[in-house]
Design a protein around this ligand. Structure first.
Ligand SMILES: [Zn+2]
Length: 379
């Protein structure tokens, strides 16, 4: 059986770690192109100035225009060539980092997330949009980023909702990896560079990825609440460090090499429903996880554990929590149909899934979430 596992070459996490950025630039040459938006640049500029001096390197600041589009990627590629940059550095959130991945194309890439809101930073893929913000395509690169550099002080300074959302994304990881494994479905780690469907690049999960995905879930239960509280007061503690590593590294390796399943497909389904547009990815994925567990008839103790966790850290457990309290029956069926298109990860589950099953699971999960919040019991 063909199996695949993919990961970044190096992961470093610590307080004020951005001060060491210059060292990693020297491993590629003398000059790096920094892709960063103005808001994040204003926050980290003193550290960038300091690391330039400390390591005698040069950084060209390429201010990101806000959309990871083919046009923006081409513009920044030209900047990199014109300025003779030896490496690409992405500093910021999801779209900034994805743009850096596309500019670097798998070569000499340093990724510095300034929030821990999703598990995307470690992956060898990026989501590209049209200039108007609509979805364009997924890009896959020949390898993961060379360096993931995490400045925990900067992440502790970010609003706590980002970290909680990252925990929602990480919550799905174990259950989706478990479903992928049991269904013997394919994982993204097997995809070569360029766009190819999963059917053309089949590779299954490794045992290693399953172990990491399980550790991801255990860490959330162990440190999630404490980490949220530390972030709310903007201080770095061992619990916050544990959750930053969990949200970014364990969940990142867990999803890419362990596999996605129905929780992310349900999230994708909700992208066509306008009522929930203001929610973060991980917040909707958390509710998708609950719906997935309901759909697969998970044990009550497991559903309770997930609900307890979501309620403790402030993740959604009902349709109202994701801004979809007034969704109609037809709209819900449309969400479920979108979640069930053939290429969706909803099918990485050990039984055949259809839209009605997904729709019913969402309705039941909503009811369970409501009851559990109000009465502390599932029904
Ligand atoms: Zn995700």
């Amino acid at each position: 059986m063909r199996k695949a596992f993919i990961c970044p070459t190096k992961y470093v996490q610590g307080e004020d770690e951005l001060l060491n950025l210059g060292y990693f630039v020297t491993t590629f040459g003398k000059k790096g192109l920094v892709i960063i938006d103005q808001e994040v640049y204003d926050i980290v500029k003193p550290k960038l100035e300091q690391t330039k001096k400390n390591f005698d390197i040069d950084l060209y600041i390429g201010i990101f225009n806000g959309e990871c589009s083919r046009e923006e990627i081409a513009r920044l590629k030209k900047v990199s060539a014109d300025e003779s940059c030896d490496c690409t550095i992405g500093i910021g959130g999801g779209k900034t980092l994805d743009t850096a991945k596309c500019v670097a194309e798998g070569e000499a890439l340093i990724i510095c997330p300034t929030i821990a809101a999703t598990d995307a930073p470690t992956s060898h893929s990026a989501v590209v949009y049209h200039e108007d913000g609509t979805f364009d395509d997924y890009f896959y690169f020949k390898q993961s980023p060379s360096v993931i550099l995490i400045d925990t002080t900067t992440i502790a300074g970010a609003p706590v909702r980002f970290l909680v959302s990252g925990m929602g994304d990480a919550l799905a990881t174990y259950f989706e990896a478990r479903n992928t494994f049991r269904a013997n479905a394919n994982v993204n780690a097997g995809l070569p560079c360029g766009y190819l469907t999963k059917q053309t690049a089949p590779a299954k999960s490794t045992l290693s990825a399953q172990v990491l995905a399980h550790a991801c879930y255990r860490n959330l239960l162990e440190y999630g609440e404490q980490a949220r509280d530390a972030n709310a007061r903007h201080v770095v503690t061992p619990a916050l460090e544990a959750i930053i590593e969990t949200n970014i590294l364990l969940s990142g390796l867990g999803f890419e090499s362990g596999g996605l399943s129905a929780a992310h497909a349900i999230y994708d389904g909700f992208t066509i429903y306008k009522g929930s547009k203001h929610m973060y990815h991980g917040e909707e994925v958390a509710f998708g996880t609950l719906a997935m567990l309901v759909m697969q008839g998970a044990e009550q103790s497991e559903i309770k554990e997930v609900l307890d966790f979501c309620l403790a850290v402030g993740l959604p457990v009902t349709l109202a929590d994701i801004g979809a309290e007034s969704i109609t029956d037809d709209e819900l069926l449309a969400v479920a149909e979108k979640a069930c298109i053939p290429e969706e990860s909803v099918h990485s589950i050990p039984f055949a899934v259809d839209p009605l099953m997904v729709k019913n699971a969402i309705i039941a999960a909503d009811e369970i979430g409501k009851n559990y919040r109000e009465h502390g019991r599932l029904a």
